[in-house]
Ligand binder design. Sequence first.
Ligand SMILES: NC(=O)C1=CN([C@@H]2O[C@H](COP(=O)(O)OP(=O)(O)OC[C@H]3O[C@@H](n4cnc5c(N)ncnc54)[C@H](O)[C@@H]3O)[C@@H](O)[C@H]2O)C=CC1
Ligand SMILES: O=C(O)C(=O)COP(=O)(O)O
Length: 530
Amino acid sequence: MFKVLVSDPISDLGIQKLMDADDVIVDKKPGLNEDELVAIIGQYDALLVRSQTRVTARIMEAGKALKVIGRAGVGVDNIDLEAATQRGIIVINAPDGNTITTCEHTFAMMMSVARHIPQAYHKTVGGEWDRKSFVGVELRGKTLGVLGMGRIGSEVAKRAKAFGMEIMGYDPFLTEERAEKMGIRLSSVDDIVRNADFMTVHTPLTPETRHMISRPQFEVMKKGMRIVNCARGGIIDEHALVEAVDQGIVAGAAFDVFEIEPPAADHPFLKHPKIIVTPHLGASTVEAQENVAIDVSEQVLNILREQPFMNAVNMPPIPADVLNKLQPYFGLGEKLGSFVSQLIEGAVEEITVSYAGDLAEVDTQPLTRYVVRGVLSHHLGKDQVNVVNSMHLAKERHVNVVVQKSHVARDFTNSLTVVLKSKTATRQVTGTMLTGYGPRIVQIDRFPVDVAPEGNLILISHNDKPGIIGNVGTLLGNNNVNIATMQVGRELVGGAAIMVLTVDKGASKEVIAELVKLPDLNKAKEINLL
Ligand SMILES: NC(=O)C1=CN([C@@H]2O[C@H](COP(=O)(O)OP(=O)(O)OC[C@H]3O[C@@H](n4cnc5c(N)ncnc54)[C@H](O)[C@@H]3O)[C@@H](O)[C@H]2O)C=CC1
Ligand SMILES: O=C(O)C(=O)COP(=O)(O)O
């Protein structure tokens, strides 16, 4: 049974699928502090959060069973991603579910700042009928600068055009071609600051975007600018903004987010007549909360059940067409890694993964992660290594991972070969997917074979002499070890050969030691691919 902790207010309807799952118990405990979370997190396999819960390294350290952290929303700056990656905890988010909602909130803020809605409301309900103080401006004909043309920024730009605004956009990934298609002007931050009448930010908070609008930008800013921040506190320098408003450079500002949330009672925004605020409500609609909770619940279930999943934040994304191609090979890659790691003597210094045939045409990085997981998990434990942390763990152990690609596969449409090098040895194994038969090991070191990579195997190296197969069979039979399949591979008649046996249950160390005493048998090794 999997246990899932929900530590922020997340839509019940959205997490219904999790609550209905037979193999899942959901506990809802919103509002816990770090100590309280540390005390209970040990029993949970998954943690679901929004932006309030700060998921620190300490919480993850205590979360011994934690496999996944699901963020029902976009920004993951409340989660220590580095710590999650090191611990192999997958972090997923729900990037699409609140795009429109946040875009609409941006407009609510932009209209409010243009027409002084909150200030006018306060006065009116306070009994004053003040029509002089709140003369606003139109959006029509104004220029809107959008910093960050991702999901939300693009939707904002689209709608702003319907208001008759000119759009200037900046994003490191915005090309001239896309800008033209969207009917916006590709601009620099400096251009926008100097020329726009309204400016809205839609970037994540990163070291690069932190205070991207600060004193130097306010100094050259077009007088009368109105600024909206429904992205993250800190993208716009709060102190510099207050100064700029007081100096009359900025005519008004609307902030949904703060550098520290909630802001202190004496935060200068809270009493400023020209700055309006909301308490991080960008994503807070019924629709968005349902959407993000559904998305994140589905992915968390997939991860817990070891099914393919999307939207991992601490893993590179895998496009659907690449995933379709690679997915059948994930299990094979991991088994090959595990197989060869059980053969090699000495500490592994290098893992070379060679892709041949069609496989070489796609981004095989995700598959390499599975191979490396297979190699490392034999020593580090399967529960310690997963596809999120496998590359990190290899690096930490100074194991070099080399990837080679060849578009020509010699005997198969596709193959992957895993070579391990230690100080004293080099061992390798090649596998493929055979249509109609599934995964196969087709070569071990230099010997061609045809073995299903599963179960308990015994790998024997021997001299190709008559009688040896019978001797092995008799010895194993006498020890009650049932042989399910047997494969022999040799280079030359009478030369070095290998035998791969699949046995129903593992052979004891004593039986393996007995095997090695047989004439013409050089080595025997049990390999577990369960
Ligand atoms: N107020 C709220 O409740 C909500 C806030 N957000 C926040 O809104 C922001 C945007 O979200 P999405 O559009 O979904 O993300 P996104 O990832 O689709 O877009 C972000 C864009 O920012 C761009 N960017 C990165 N560095 C930049 C830089 N230095 N200058 C200009 N652009 C840069 C990226 O290239 C990307 O296109 C995020 O910070 C997210 O956390 C999202 C949802 C709700
Ligand atoms: O999705 C985001 O990035 C948000 O900022 C929304 O935060 P929330 O889930 O409303 O706490």
